[in-house]
Design a protein around this ligand. Structure first.
Ligand code: PLP
Length: 341
């Protein structure tokens, strides 16, 4: 099975477009360009084995608004859980959002499950009977790349319906930071509900590979057993604890991202790319000529994520003022060819 494509592949862009690495503006991911400032790490963090009772799990629960009895499993990025969970169930029927982060469907397919792609009109109505054809539903809230959201009430209704038959609801909350009302963290601890959190996006710590799973105790135990000890390194655990404790940075970042993401939406609209959706960290624009737009930006050294199945592009946030101006100039240069949809 061909692995899904991802943003952030700057080396490949260098080869493809013949533009030196340092000249690129990489907007192809939804990673905060102003990530949490990582301090120097104490030497022992590098040298000692990570200890599971270092307080990280308590901090993750606080961050996610999870009750004290919710089980928490730190993971090496939520991707680790995305790959491990399908191996914890016998072959079954799994629904995944489409479009959506494709690693979910890929991991469940690779583990021998029957994967069903679900689109927004199918799931957003009042009739939930479509759930009865599934054993597991993966939902991404807010969704990457569309930014669509499902309110917690509806998600809990879905969980109850699945759980009655021993099913699972897995909610991928990689992009939920900054939207406290959207998170299902408060409801974790019950079996059959799995919430995935990541420090790769809002905290901008994608390289350290840091995330966590919040669920019920029985499933958490099986997940811990499946991934084994020490998959989250000592430096990763240390950085997670410091970043999660830094509430002032988190509050300031949520405000800043709200301004920047709105600014990006306005910038796109000013260049004929109106009606974008997205999250605090990216905008998603459906456009018949999005491949042309992505190529037009790439020839100017700006990398964006392109989607071909249903033509669209996703742009992450520029960091500096110079980057914002560069993007504006590049969009203006592409503009001529984008007037008709
Ligand atoms: C929706 C979503 N979930 C999960 C991940 C995995 O992120 P990480 O493994 O860094 O936590 C990604 C990465 O792009 C994503 O977009």
């Amino acid at each position: 099975m061909t692995p899904p494509e991802h943003g952030g592949r700057l080396n490949a862009a260098v080869t493809c477009w013949g533009i030196p690495r340092e000249q690129w503006l990489d907007l192809s991911t939804g990673i905060n360009p102003h990530g949490w400032p990582v301090p120097d790490l104490p030497t022992e963090v590098w040298q000692r084995l990570p200890e599971p009772d270092d307080g990280l799990e308590i901090q993750v629960r606080q961050w996610a608004g999870a009750p004290a009895d919710a089980a928490c499993v730190p993971v090496a990025g939520s991707q680790e859980a995305i790959m491990a969970l399908p191996r914890l169930r016998p072959s079954c029927r799994v629904g995944v959002p489409s479009p959506g982060y494709r690693e979910h469907g890929h991991s469940w397919s690779c583990a021998g499950h029957h994967v069903v792609s679900l689109d927004w009109p199918q799931v957003s109505g009042e009739d939930d009977s479509w759930l009865d054809d599934l054993d597991v539903l993966v939902w991404i809230n807010p969704n990457n790349p569309t930014g669509q959201t499902v309110d917690p009430e509806r998600l809990l209704r879905w969980h109850q319906r699945l759980q009655r038959r021993g099913g699972w609801l897995i909610v991928d909350e990689a992009f939920v930071d900054g939207y406290p009302k959207l998170s299902l963290g408060f409801a974790t601890g019950r079996e059959g509900l799995v919430v995935l959190r990541s420090l790769g996006k809002f905290f901008g710590l994608a390289g350290v590979r840091a995330g966590a799973v919040l669920t019920g105790p029985a499933l958490a135990e099986r997940l811990r057993y499946a991934i084994g000890p020490w998959t989250v390194s000592g430096p990763a655990r240390y950085v997670m604890r410091q970043a999660l404790a830094d509430k002032r940075w988190q509050a300031a970042t949520a405000e800043r991202l709200a301004v920047d993401s709105q600014r990006l939406g306005c910038l796109l609209a000013a260049h004929g790319l109106d009606g974008s959706s997205g999250t605090l960290l990216f905008r998603y624009v459906q456009h018949l000529r999005s491949a042309e737009l992505a190529d037009g930006l790439a020839t100017q050294g700006i990398l964006v994520r392109r989607f071909d199945q249903s033509p669209a592009v996703r742009l992450g946030l520029p960091g500096s003022e110079a980057e914002w101006e560069r993007l504006a100039r590049a969009l203006a240069a592409c503009g001529m060819s984008l007037t008709n949809r």
